[in-house]
Design a protein around this ligand. Structure first.
Ligand code: AMP
Ligand code: MG
Length: 358
């Protein structure tokens, strides 16, 4: 496995060309996008896409997003290009928005998990764009991590999660957005948010409402992690919205600010129970927005590391996965997370926190 540093301000054409030719040859290349690092493969090459699933341990029913450098390249993957898709693409691409549209025959079933729709996006990262232009083929790229683990926001995260399973990793620095793209379904009359992200519903509505197009939330995305649990009776609209996802290895307690005292008490109890059971003390990370968690004596519970989290949603999203990776690195026994406010700007972050806590 090779890690090649590429300056986002001026991506080295030779490094980009080498990575692009690997992609065209059917090999895997991990690369930075503005959301998270992607594990890329030639999207029209069945065997190449199969390599993504093998490397990630990703189940075959979970479709991948095809990355392209232009709207024309996106349209080439679509059997039909809805008005909603055209308007959203023009408004927000390149950017953290994925559009699900009817799939063209050229897109292999393995990339869409057999669905009749394909997910497409133009990423905003200069290294990703340079790579896609040089490759000249659409690039399927889910997050560059093992299935159900926390997505990578640095090249070092990719190395730790996939290591020798990926021959080449382009290091373009930390990701600016930090959580995965907003995914919307454009195949019907209404546009449906399948996965919230940092591009929020108000922004989407501002484009869709003047066209008379209604924006809705998916009622309940499919809650299964294994094919054995998958409901075969219906075709899931977005099968990859696995319940437990983006999750660190340790248990996560997600709580609201008004539950601080209660959580401090539960933490003491948790630590005491472990001591009594003769288990070694394992550290606890507390990702908090409102100052450290203190017990009755005003002290931080022993063994608990206070991880201050940003108060703005944009900065919180950027910091979140790094904090969850740090918890994994410290082999913590427990992660405490103080939930952010329940308003639209936090939709994407709240979605990931809820999944991490399941
Ligand atoms: P990621 O792990 O970030 O690549 O997430 C891709 C997610 O986008 C999948 O897990 C699905 O939930 C969603 N997705 C991808 N392709 C489709 C599709 N054809 N139809 C509906 N949802 C899709
Ligand atoms: Mg992922």
């Amino acid at each position: 496995m090779a890690v090649v540093t590429v300056d986002p301000a001026a991506p080295d054409p030779a490094a980009i060309a080498a990575a692009a030719s690997r992609l065209r040859a059917g090999e895997l290349v991990a690369f930075p996008t503005e959301t998270v690092y992607g594990l890329g493969a030639h999207a029209l090459d069945e065997q190449a896409v199969a390599r993504i699933y093998a490397a990630k341990g990703r189940p075959a029913w979970n479709p991948v997003i095809a990355h392209v450098p232009s709207i024309e390249a996106a349209r080439a993957l679509a059997r039909d290009w809805p008005r909603s898709a055209e308007s959203l693409a023009r408004a927000f691409w390149p950017g953290p928005l994925t559009l699900v549209v009817p799939k063209a025959r050229s897109v292999p079933d393995v990339a869409t998990a057999g669905l009749d729709a394909v997910a497409v996006r133009i990423p905003q990262h200069p290294v990703a764009l340079a790579l896609l232009r040089a490759a000249g083929v659409p690039v399927a790229a889910p997050s560059a991590n093992r299935f159900t683990q926390v997505s990578p926001t640095t090249a070092a995260h990719v190395v730790r999660s996939l290591g020798d399973r990926v021959p080449l990793i382009l290091d373009g620095g930390p990701c600016a957005v930090g959580i995965e793209s907003t995914v919307v379904d454009c195949t019907g009359d209404d546009v449906i948010i399948l996965r919230p992200g940092m591009l929020g519903r108000e922004s989407l509505e501002a484009v869709l409402a003047p066209l008379g197009i209604i924006l809705r939330h998916a009622v309940r995305t499919i809650a299964h992690d294994t094919p054995a649990q998958a409901p075969h009776a219906e075709t899931p609209r977005s099968p990859g919205m696995a319940d437990r996802h983006y999750a660190p290895r340790a248990d996560v307690w997600l709580f609201d600010t008004h539950q601080r005292d209660e959580i401090a008490r539960s933490l003491h109890q948790w630590q005491q129970t472990r001591r009594e059971a003769g288990q070694s003390a394992s550290p606890v990370h507390a990702l908090l927005r409102g100052g450290p968690l203190v017990d009755r004596d005003g002290a931080l519970a022993t063994g608990t590391r206070y991880v201050p989290m940003p108060s703005s949603p944009v900065e919180y999203a950027r910091a979140l996965y790094g904090a969850l990776h740090a918890a994994d690195d410290d082999s913590v026994g427990l992660v405490l997370i103080e939930a952010p406010p329940n308003d639209a700007a936090w939709d994407g972050v709240r979605d990931r926190l809820t999944r991490a806590a399941r």
